[in-house]
Design a protein. Structure first.
Length: 253
């Protein structure tokens, strides 16, 4: 069986939309826990033009390969001027590297960018602003609740793939939902039943009621996320808390 919440992630990405266009945000998820003691107070953004944006404006595979190598160089050099890389946005032909650090590092960052990007002929711009509250990280880079749930689904799907699952075969998927009282659990179970879910069992864990339900579904990321979002909303409507899913690894013969 797969692990339901492999949450030992640090650097990770999620897909979203920015300025009504597809976007990918890559960030250090672990930074959130230490923001209260963070001393860096200035936000720096290095915007690099994606020469070959591809169909969705985020760069072709070749562009990703070229820019990832450049990004590594820039990050290493930025460490020498006390700039901490916190995340990256790819969107609308723009590859944006974001840093936090002390003030008055903009000119040094421009020199690093100019030197690193000259061999690959990419246009760039550097911007900076005061951000002692790390608002850009908190309110833009960090995923909202729905995107974080998408990431959790992604982790489980990645675990399936890692174990040799092609994701082609529909199969039984088990889900768990927590409740504070039996009445809410019963109402949710009835609503879930109308959606084709079978009730597997209910139990009490740390003074909370937990309901296990199941249904046969596809488990590719797009399909399973639609299911989990439906269950999350249904649980919310009935005073419950959706707690994730697991399934078996199915290998093609």
């Amino acid at each position: 069986m797969t692990t339901r919440d492999p949450s030992d992630k640090k650097w990770d990405f999620y897909m979203c939309r920015v300025d009504d266009a597809p976007a990918s945000i890559f960030l250090d998820m672990a930074l959130l826990e230490g923001l209260e003691s963070a001393s860096e107070d200035t936000l720096y953004a290095l915007h690099v033009t994606i020469n070959d944006p591809g169909e969705h404006g985020m760069g072709t595979s070749h562009e990703m390969e070229v820019m990832s190598s450049i990004e590594d160089q820039v990050i290493e050099q930025c460490k020498l001027i006390d700039l901490q890389f916190i995340g990256r946005l790819r969107n609308n032909s723009n590859w944006q590297m974001t840093f936090m650090g002390p003030p008055k590092r903009e000119r040094k960052l421009k020199r690093i960018a100019k030197s690193s990007l000259k061999p690959v002929k990419r246009a760039f711009d550097v911007m900076s602003q005061r951000d002692p509250e790390w608002s850009y990280y908190r309110n833009f880079l960090y995923p909202d609740a729905e995107r974080f749930r998408w990431m959790k689904d992604k982790w489980v799907v990645q675990n399936l793939i890692k174990n040799g699952d092609s994701l082609v075969q529909s199969r039984r998927v088990d889900h768990w939902v927590f409740f504070e009282d039996e009445s809410a659990l019963d109402k949710f179970a009835s609503a879930a039943d109308s959606l084709g879910f079978g009730v597997e069992s209910s139990d009490t864990v740390e003074d909370r009621l937990v309901l296990q339900i199941h249904r046969v579904d596809k488990v590719d990321l797009e399909s399973i996320h639609l299911v989990t979002e439906q269950l999350h909303r249904l649980a919310d409507d009935h005073g419950g808390e959706y707690d994730g899913w697991e399934t078996s690894v199915e290998k093609q013969k």
